[in-house]
Design a protein around this ligand. Structure first.
Ligand code: PHE
Length: 337
């Protein structure tokens, strides 16, 4: 029996030392419940009382030796694996990195931010309004009742009979005046929608910036002065403005405002289609009905409002002749700004 135990030890140690040995398999084979060592121990009943402790001790030693060898081998394998990983996975921190492409703001966003900065500098604050709007705010409160012809030029997308995608940022005037009493000095940038077919100057979605000032004693002169300051800041000191009489139901008097062409300075060129002027906004004195609709007494307060077309300004400023380019998100185009 002693020889048998010695043999088991030799065989097991050899197996463990063999390169690529399956250590778990070896453990089961020698030390497991049905393993060789266990089999020997089971046979110990046949031994004499003197032999039993001697053989028992040897058996324990053999078990301890095999366990120790297994333990060491497992540790060794783990270390080898770690070493291998460290070698394979090491990174060269001095290796030049792939250059990451830096993007930049969309030209429309750049123009919008420039315009916002100018108005913030004049003491305006920025407010936002919903793009999904009630007919009441988009039309009725702005003095455009149902069936009014002014609705034709601002046909939009209807969600229900009285909920629509706003066709202008002017509803924010009403929302602001309902919540805030004068003095009011706000601009409101955002998307607007009209059911227009897409071409080089039309899109069913475009951007406006609304402006509203309401206080005691506000006049058309304030509107002109403020817009002139704005135009000179955005387009340069030489920029001049031209006010053409116009009609908006929610302002009276109303005007369309042109800026002297910032390419030719007014002489006439391709950009201004030889007119020397470029239309950039609609404006006027807030109609007394609109003030009344918002609970502001038109006998005490007056105000002006204006609505700028962001695409128009971006296109003229950057010399873009097709509006569709602004929405296609082609980086070859956007990279240029
Ligand atoms: N909302 C008008 C438009 O979209 C522009 C405008 C705004 C006119 C404010 C006057 C005052 O055409």
């Amino acid at each position: 029996m002693k020889e048998k135990l010695q043999k088991i030890r030799e065989e097991a140690l050899l197996a463990i030392a063999t390169e690529g040995a399956d250590l778990e398999q070896i453990r089961i084979h020698y030390l497991g419940k049905k393993g060789e060592l266990t089999a020997v121990l089971r046979g110990m009943g046949a031994l004499t009382a003197e032999e039993r402790p001697v053989v028992g001790q040897i058996a324990n030693e053999v078990r301890a030796d095999i366990e120790k060898a297994l333990g060491e081998k497992v540790k060794e394998e783990k270390e080898k694996l770690l070493q291998k990983k460290l070698e394979e996975e090491k990174i060269d921190v001095t290796f030049p990195a792939k250059a990451s492409r830096m993007g930049h703001l969309h030209p429309l966003t750049q123009i919008q931010r420039n315009i916002e900065d100018i108005f913030i500098g004049m003491g305006f604050s920025i407010v936002e309004g919903p793009e999904v709007e009630y007919d009441y705010y988009n039309f009725q409160a702005l003095n455009i009742p149902e069936n009014h012809p002014a609705r034709d030029t601002q046909d939009t997308f209807y969600i229900t009979d009285n909920i629509l995608l706003r066709s202008q940022t002017s509803p924010v005037q009403v929302r602001t005046m309902e919540k805030q009493k004068p003095p009011i000095r706000i601009i409101s940038p955002g998307r607007v929608y009209r059911s227009d077919a897409v071409d080089s100057t039309h899109s069913p979605l475009f951007h406006q910036i609304e402006g509203l000032v309401v206080d005691k004693g506000i006049t058309m002169g304030d509107l002109k002065g403020m817009l002139e300051t704005f135009a000179k800041t955005l387009f340069g000191e030489d920029a001049r403005l031209r006010f053409r009489p116009h009609h908006f139901p929610f302002t009276e008097p109303s005007a369309e405002v042109d800026v002297s062409c910032f390419v030719c300075g007014g002489k006439g060129c391709r950009v201004c289609k030889n007119e020397g002027w470029i239309e950039i906004l609609g404006a006027g004195m807030v109609h007394p009905f609109v003030l009344e609709n918002c609970g502001i007494d038109p006998n005490v307060y007056s105000g002006f409002a204006f609505g700028l077309g962001v695409e128009r300004i971006a296109m003229k400023q950057y010399g873009i002749d097709d509006m569709r380019l602004l929405y296609e998100n082609d980086v070859r185009f956007l990279d240029q700004f």
